[in-house]
Design a protein around this ligand. Structure first.
Ligand SMILES: [Zn+2]
Ligand SMILES: [Zn+2]
Ligand SMILES: [Zn+2]
Length: 282
């Protein structure tokens, strides 16, 4: 069986196993859907595209579905070029056939078996969101910092990149700066202190976080300093130490916890969100 027919059949099977009526090669006014079905009072047309089709052509065909009030969902083996930005009125996903298994990818975020994708799409578990929003969860990474004055080994920390509910890493520039407000947010400092007191964290010699005067910047700001002699650890040294860990190694310990304040880190990244057991990005 050719891949196109194979995928069509799997989509039919997936619909049937959900108790839905579905038809292949369903003919409408001036269109023909590879698989057509209805669920929750909505009509769906699944289009399997093994041969390449331009974005323009796809949009023309999609316009007919939109006109007729049908949700057109496109599964491409090779996604059309110029489609880096995901679109609300044109759900396009990537098909991957590995031996007998057929998968659907939501960009780099995740890959689902075809039947699960169909099930979740028809059940509204895949929704278009205009923004990516991180989960309210923080991961703390500890690294070593030798005191430049007395030589004592201290441990400082930084916040790992955040994760969206739909499995995207959310980098934020400030994460690399310990002087940023987030790392020194009272709730985060408290959690870190509690961790260092616990059995798991007691091996750490946490540098002391407080306001110190910096001769370099001629201002006072929250900073890490030596737990023994209180010498300030400058941002530049801390950034260097953090950056070294990006290339592997150097993370002494880590722990995560849920936070109770708003991270306020939404990013304008439109996407088809599949958050599993979490809430949608919006
Ligand atoms: Zn179901
Ligand atoms: Zn010291
Ligand atoms: Zn999302």
């Amino acid at each position: 069986m050719r891949l196109h027919e194979q995928v069509q059949k799997r989509i039919l099977d997936a619909c049937n196993s959900m108790g839905l009526q579905a038809q292949s090669e369903y003919i409408g006014k001036d269109w023909r859907a590879d698989v057509f079905t209805s669920a929750n009072k909505l009509q769906y047309a699944f289009e399997v595209q093994i041969t390449p089709q331009s974005l323009k052509k796809t949009q023309e065909r999609q316009a007919k579905y939109i006109r007729d009030g049908i949700v057109g969902c496109w599964l491409f083996e090779k996604e059309p070029a110029r489609q880096e930005v995901e679109m609300e009125d044109l759900p396009i996903f990537k098909l991957d056939a590995v031996d007998d298994n057929i998968f659907v990818s939501l960009k780099e975020r995740k890959t689902l078996p075809l039947d699960i994708f169909i099930h979740d799409f028809l059940h509204g578990k895949i929704k278009f969101c205009h923004t990516l929003n991180p989960l309210p969860k923080v991961e703390i990474l500890f690294i070593e910092m030798g005191c430049w004055k007395c030589g004592l080994v201290n441990h400082i920390y930084y916040i790992a990149p955040f994760q969206s509910p739909c499995n995207t890493r959310i980098e934020f520039e400030e994460a690399m700066w310990t002087s940023d407000k987030l790392a020194f947010h009272p709730e985060i400092i408290n959690q870190v202190k509690e961790y260092v007191k616990s059995e798991k964290g007691q091996h750490l010699n946490l540098a002391v976080v407080k306001e110190r005067y910096s001769n370099t910047t001629k201002t006072s700001y929250a900073s890490f300093g030596c737990s023994e002699c209180d010498s300030i650890f400058g941002d530049w040294y801390i950034q260097e130490a953090i950056m070294e860990t990006w290339y592997g190694g150097g993370i002494i310990d880590r722990f995560s916890f849920d936070i109770n304040f708003d991270l306020d880190m939404r990013q304008e990244i439109p996407h088809w969100c599949h958050p599993d057991e979490h809430d949608f990005c919006e």
